[in-house]
Design a protein around this ligand. Structure first.
Ligand code: NAD
Length: 479
């Protein structure tokens, strides 16, 4: 008889591990299967986010941003530093230490909650049976009353341009360059391209980003995207829009120092060739569903390999649920975690749900970009009458004192009801400021509610307050 559980979660990323902990909290006998191991062969829980995504990239973004400040912004405070240098090895070791701490932390949380952590590759068979292939070659069979699929996602390759993980690299490789590349190409000016491009530019690389679309950051409010483009250009990120990559090939004989790969791209009908030391391909991610399901599992995939779910996270197979990057919706850790909690609560007889209208987005560049709700363009397309209020950080005392008077807050409310419909921010620490806006949307607040809420002075949050006042044309510190 296979070992049996109330719930088996496949995948230990933010969708899966959170679901497993919540299931255990609700009294369900739970196991979580994940194949990722650390250098010592122990389970390295936390999925892409903790191991090769959100956390290590934020560690590098922080290190490189400190270096950038030291070189370019401390002078404004009167701090003089000559010949600052960066120890890349130490920077990478710090990142690895943070990852180790957090992945180890999840193992401890599993122990504390009595979640069985199983290391191996899982495949779902018929009747919620799971086959686990362990690293040593052993194969185990488990079964459960409920299965939660949370396999996550992986970087997409460009057709005809495979990763060699040396010169043509994915986002994981780009977290571990031992040296700063002199010239770095980035294909795709999306979230990953901008974050990793920023890291290596701050450390000294000349970065060229090639983006297929004519619009920069199309999902972002136009006001904010324009400001972002201006700031990134000023920093020296060379972003080429409307440019489609045609070929990326190794340069056999190096003619010029630094050129190991040659990229050909077409822009406005002309083909351009550029040489780089390395090229990061950051053109999106796809669901990691290869080999996850046996044909008898009963779970259906769509044409792109995403697991099909209904609005209650149910797949086509009875009591098999799916969450996170491998199902519809944005590929964001916090979206996956909320889905995981909702599914656990549904399995335990509750009615957990996720409001997809209030999922916050953050791009961790400098300045940071954050938003929640709809953009002005989306609202116009939907025929919703709106009033918008903006307020620049340059008009707040705190941003000036911090030497970071960059960016703005834009709030959009319904023209008749004043209900907040969108918040769009670019500037210092907006990844934190967005939380207030998410709460406001979640509580269906009006712009007036925010305008009548006391915000501490002097803080960056005053820009949110003033933008709320500006919706009604009565910002105090704006002429
Ligand atoms: P993305 O969709 O954000 O950006 C990919 C970009 O590549 C797009 O702008 C697209 O137009 C462009 N592109 C596609 N094919 C191209 C081609 N042939 N030539 C040139 N450009 C091309 O995807 P990503 O940056 O790879 O990130 C993947 C996922 O991971 C996203 O869903 C993202 O939300 C998520 N993620 C989120 C964060 C965060 O929340 N801060 C960080 C990293 C990743």
């Amino acid at each position: 008889m296979p070992e049996s559980y109330d719930v088996i979660v496949i995948g230990g990323g933010p969708g899966g591990y959170v679901a497993a902990i919540r299931c255990a909290q609700l009294g369900l006998k739970t196991a979580c299967v994940d194949e990722r191991a650390d250098a010592r062969g122990r389970a390295s829980l936390g999925g892409t986010c903790l191991n090769v995504g959100c956390i290590p990239s934020k560690a590098l973004l922080d290190s490189s941003e400190q270096f950038e400040r030291l070189n370019h912004r401390f002078a404004g405070h009167g701090i003089r530093v000559d010949n600052a240098s960066m120890d890349i090895g130490k920077m990478l070791a710090r990142k690895d230490k943070i990852v180790g701490k957090l992945t180890g932390g999840i193992a401890l949380l599993f122990k504390a909650n009595a979640v069985d952590s199983i290391l191996g590759r899982a495949q779902l068979l018929e009747n919620r049976m799971v086959e686990v292939s362990e690293p040593g070659g052993a194969v185990r069979r488990l079964s459960a009353a409920h299965i939660i699929l949370a396999p996550g996602s992986q970087p997409l390759e460009l057709p005809g341009i495979p990763f060699d993980h040396d010169t043509v690299v994915d986002s994981t490789d780009a977290l571990g360059f031992a040296q700063v590349p002199a010239r770095l190409g980035v294909v795709g000016a999306g979230v990953i391209g901008l974050e990793l491009g920023s890291v290596w530019r701050r450390l000294g690389a000349e970065v060229v980003m090639v983006e297929a679309l004519d619009d920069f950051l199309p999902a972002v409010d136009r006001h904010i995207a324009r400001e972002a483009a201006r700031q990134f250009k000023r920093q020296g990120l060379d972003i080429r829009l409307g440019a489609t990559v045609q070929k990326v090939e190794k340069v056999e004989k190096r003619k010029k120092a630094g050129g190991a790969v040659r990229m050909a791209y077409r822009q406005k009908g002309r083909v351009h060739e550029v040489e780089f030391e390395r090229v990061i391909i950051a053109v999106g991610r796809g669901p990691a569903t290869d080999g996850l399901l046996s044909p008898s599992s009963g779970v259906a995939l769509d044409a792109r390999g995403f697991i099909e779910v209904d609005d209650r996270f149910r797949t086509a197979a009875d009591n098999v649920w799916a969450v996170g990057d491998a199902v519809r919706g944005p590929m964001l850790a916090h979206k996956g975690s909320e889905e995981g909690v909702a599914v656990a609560e549904r399995i335990a007889g509750g009615s957990g749900h996720v409001d997809f209208n209030t999922v916050p987005w953050v791009i961790y560049t400098a300045p940071e970009i954050a938003w929640v709700g709809r953009t002005e363009k989306q609202l116009a397309e939907q025929g919703v009458p709106v009033r918008a209020g903006t307020f620049p950080f340059a008009a707040t005392g705190r941003a000036l004192a911090m030497e970071e008077p960059v960016g703005m807050v834009k709030l959009i409310a319904h023209a008749h009801t004043d209900r907040l419909l969108g918040a769009h921010l670019i500037g210092p620490h907006v990844s934190e400021l967005i939380a207030e806006c998410v709460l406001a949307l979640e509580y269906q607040a009006s712009a007036e509610d925010l305008a009548r809420t006391i915000h501490a002075h002097p803080t960056l949050s005053e820009a949110v307050h003033e933008a709320a006042l500006a919706v009604d044309g009565r910002a105090i510190h704006k002429a």
